[in-house]
Design a binder for this molecule. Structure first.
Ligand code: ADP
Ligand code: ASP
Ligand code: MG
Length: 818
């Protein structure tokens, strides 16, 4: 004997029912079979929705009934030859009329009882099972239909009726002993009480019907045919990387289903486990897939795949109740009274934690019952409340549980540590924790808005064969941004292979438009997507970055915009790492710079800005490494402006100074406003950032600037600036001639020495380390305790879109690797 159960999606329409029929025929050819079916997918919801609409006086229920009728008529017409349809069609029509009569009654009375709900909902399974039985009959299968209400006996707890196993067992054994046919079709979900009134055994309960029958008949196997290829490591709707679990123990499968894995209705496994009947979860739409086998501990543990964690699941719509007070310490019976108050109201407790000080006790329940629970508990503790021995019950809602499940957990330390650090790294606040004494499960209560993120973060951390998905938001896609996207596209596969990082660009904005796509923007067509995007708005873009609440989010600022720099603190407080090419934040007021660094530390994310100094050169990284390893910076000497170096290397008096500056701008070496470079402000920012990273509390005003630009050139717009430089050509020529006369080169040098920093134009003689510096190169000489006389030198291209983009990219990878 074998029992096969087909869920709602599997029997949703004629096309799917044909697939079911094929699977059933194959099964029957091998063994005597019971088939339990759900209602056509969505029909139970529609029936209950119709009832609710009718009860609140809305005539929408009529529309729903028409739809239900059509779904069933369509199925019959496609499955049964025309000449034989009439009997089944009239059976459907009679049921539809009854449904309509019941709903009309509810509408007139404006009232709906749980008993009526069960009656109404029962039509779903009743109809689907009749249609499927008839279809098989026409396919020449020797089939018998049997009403589950005559097999499964329950109490009268409508909508969640409890099974009377003794009576049920007897009914089932009696009936099947005398059954001649090799196939019996039974509607799932429905049952009846001792008076023969229809009950149901809980939403999703067809699985349970099948398990009850399988246990009663001591079947060889129970097959649950559904729309996924087995029980998976996480809900596939929440975690795209979820994988099918090949084998799982009853205990683990039960724990996963109790904690939200909808693929099996929680009570299902109990009856089959007692009889050691294997459960095989299979996919109706991919019958060749191996599926998941649920077995007893020894058999499944022996086949263990080496993962400590078997799966991750979640339950939404919870409320957390906290009872606190000094009056609870050391007095027995407090928790008993709390649980009694809840159980008197039929409120199920999903999770319990009590602090070891006994000062507080915390329970999670279904949020829908929170008001009733508060009332019941405050009443139960009215005396203690009046004496201020306990505080009024605290109720928090919009909460969920995420649970890690695995038998192996008990013999492996560190699972909870890993779990909470993964959550913490992503800014997910844990409100309560529980670990079952069986150590098969660790549960954490978190905000519902964080569930998707939490499941994915945990999945990435515990199923290491998968990769870590990094979500990128980029503000500013000019020269550097475009190059960055090009580089990312080229490296995608390699990063995934070598670092197990998968970069997904979710948002891009320039000053005109922005595009957000949670599935990831196509990197070979980002320009097209951006053009089609909505009008750019920084506040909206930031809201999206925060509200999408995606794990491993990194925000990349490739603008020179102070408004963008001003949002870093909000992002960091949400544990979103910031990679800034923009120098404004790191060179802003010291208190702000310090605060951003502290926030990154506090919220477990990164604030990185390597490209603020020397573009792609490893300047800040080198400095950090020196300082972290205990070295001390004594002096820095540096040429930090690619623009100024380019300009002075190319200005030989043969063409005007302003032309050389314009060339630098055209080749992309300057800031958008080249005066920031020419005035030395940009270099001041850079040496300021280096001094700060070396551990000095310094401000922009503390830096001396021995500039070379005539003051009047700083006024007006960029074009006016070029015109002004042109007028002052003689001034620039004179600077050059003076240097030439001493056989020196002009270099704009930044120095940090004995805690003081300055920038300015200097004559550099041929023997100086800074003399041989060509093109747009930068150089930094680090004089430190470990490099006192021969400095550590970092030298190379200090400007240009490609190298800057690669520096930003390296920061992204660093941020992604925490
Ligand atoms: P049926 O109608 O066949 O009973 P259900 O919708 O009740 O199917 O259950 C199957 C669904 O359960 C899947 O489509 C999937 O979205 C969801 N699900 C949630 N958690 C898991 C999990 N851990 N493994 C597999 N499926 C899961
Ligand atoms: N049709 C019922 C429901 O949707 C039972 C089931 O499908 O298992 O809840
Ligand atoms: Mg189900």
């Amino acid at each position: 004997m074998q029992v096969l159960k087909f869920g709602g999606t599997s029997v949703a329409n004629a096309e799917n029912i044909n697939k079911v029929a094929a699977i059933v025929k194959k099964a029957v050819s091998k063994n005597k079979t019971v088939v339990v079916v759900s209602a056509l997918g969505g029909v139970t919801d529609m029936l209950l929705q119709a009832a609710n609409n009718a009860a609140r006086g809305s005539e929408d229920y009529k529309q729903a009934i028409t739809e239900i009728e059509k779904r069933h008529f369509d199925a019959v017409k496609s499955l049964i030859p025309v000449a034989h349809q009439s009997q089944l069609l009239s059976l459907v029509k009679t049921s539809i009329n009854e449904i309509e009569d019941i709903c009309n009654g509810i509408f007139l009375l404006s009232e709906i009882t749980p008993r009526t709900k069960d009656r109404l909902a029962s039509y779903g399974e009743w109809l689907s099972s009749q249609i499927i039985a008839e279809k098989l009959r026409f396919d020449q299968v020797d089939v018998q239909w049997k009403d589950a209400r005559q097999l499964i006996t329950t109490n009268s707890n409508y909508t969640q009726a409890q099974v009377n196993f003794e009576a049920t067992q007897a009914n089932i054994v009696d009936y099947f002993n005398s059954l001649q046919q090799s196939l019996c079709i039974v509607p799932g979900f429905i049952a009846s009480n001792a008076d023969g009134i229809t009950t149901t055994i809980g939403r999703g309960g067809s699985d349970y019907t099948a398990a009850i029958i399988a246990a009663a008949l001591n079947a060889e196997i129970l097959e649950i045919w559904t729309d996924v290829s087995g029980m998976m490591t996480a809900d596939p709707r929440l975690a795209a990387n979820a994988k099918v679990i090949e084998k799982i123990s009853y205990g683990e499968a039960m724990e996963l289903s109790h904690f939200g894995a909808k693929v099996i209705y929680p009570p299902t496994l109990q009856p089959v486990m007692t009889r050691n009947i294997p459960v095989w979860i299979k996919n109706t739409f991919a019958p060749e897939d191996a599926g998941t086998l649920v077995l007893n501990n020894e058999r499944s543990a022996a086949q263990s795949d080496g993962n400590i964690i078997r799966g991750i699941s979640s339950i939404n719509s919870l409320a957390l109740l906290s009872l606190e007070g000094s009056g609870m310490i050391g007095i027995p019976g407090f928790s008993k009274r709390l649980f009694e108050a809840l159980s008197n109201e039929q409120i199920n407790v999903i999770l319990i934690t009590q602090s070891s000080s006994e000062h507080s006790i915390c329970v999670a329940i279904d949020a829908g019952k929170a008001d009733a629970a508060k009332q019941a508990i405050d009443e139960a503790f009215a005396n203690e409340l009046a004496l201020q021995k306990v505080e009024p019950l605290k109720v928090e809602t919009d909460l969920s549980i995420v649970a890690l499940v695995g038998e192996q957990m008990r013999s492996h330390p560190g699972v909870s540590g890993k779990m909470f650090s993964a959550l913490g790294r992503n800014g997910i606040n844990v409100r309560a924790i529980a670990q079952g004494s069986s150590e098969k499960n660790i549960s954490a209560v978190i905000s519902t808005i964080d569930v998707r993120k939490a499941i994915n973060v945990l999945h990435e951390d515990f199923f290491e064969t998968t990769f870590k998905q990094v979500h990128l938001f980029i503000a500013g896609v000019g020269n550097v941004g475009s190059k960055l996207l090009q580089q990312i596209e080229k490296q995608l596969v390699s990063l995934q292979q070598h670092l197990k990082i998968k970069i997904n660009v979710i948002g891009i904005s320039n000053s005109r438009t922005m595009v957000l796509n949670e599935k990831g923007i196509a990197l070979d067509n980002w320009e097209g997507e951006l053009k089609q995007g909505e009008k750019a708005s920084l506040p909206l873009f930031v809201e999206h970055v925060i509200n999408k609440n995606l794990r491993n989010s990194v925000f990349v600022d490739i603008t020179a915009n102070p408004d963008v720099a001003a949002i870093y603190d909000r992002l960091l407080q949400k544990s979103i790492s910031v990679v800034a090419c923009n120098k404004i934040a790191a060179s802003s007021d010291y208190a702000n710079y310090k605060r951003l660094k502290d926030l990154a530390r506090e919220f477990n994310c990164k604030f990185l800005f390597e490209t603020n100094v020397g573009a792609g050169l490893p300047v800040i990284g080198t400095l950090n490494d020196l300082v972290y390893s205990g070295d001390e910076v004594l002096k820095l000497e540096a040429v930090l402006s690619g623009t100024l170096n380019f300009v002075f290397n190319n200005y030989d008096g043969s063409r005007p100074f302003s032309d050389v500056v314009r060339q630098a701008q055209e080749e992309g070496y300057t800031e958008p406003d080249p005066r920031l470079d020419l005035s030395g402000t940009d270099v001041m920012r850079k040496i300021l950032i280096l001094a700060r990273e070396a551990g000095h509390e310094m401000q922009m005003e503390d830096i001396g600037n021995n500039g070379f630009l005539p003051q009047e050139c700083m006024e007006g717009d960029v074009e006016a600036f070029y015109a002004c430089m042109h007028r002052h050509e003689a001034h620039f020529k004179q600077l050059l001639d003076k240097a030439d006369a001493q056989n020196c080169k002009l270099k704009f040098v930044a120095t940090f020495n004995e805690g003081k920093a300055s920038v300015g134009l200097q004559h550099i003689a041929p023997e100086n380390d800074l003399y041989h510096l060509y093109g747009k190169d930068n150089v930094v000489l680090f004089y430190t305790l470990r490099y006192p006389s021969q400095p550590l030198v970092v030298k190379g291209a200090g400007a240009g879109a490609d190298v800057t983009a690669s520096g930003v990219f390296a920061d992204i990878v660093r941020a992604a690797s925490i």
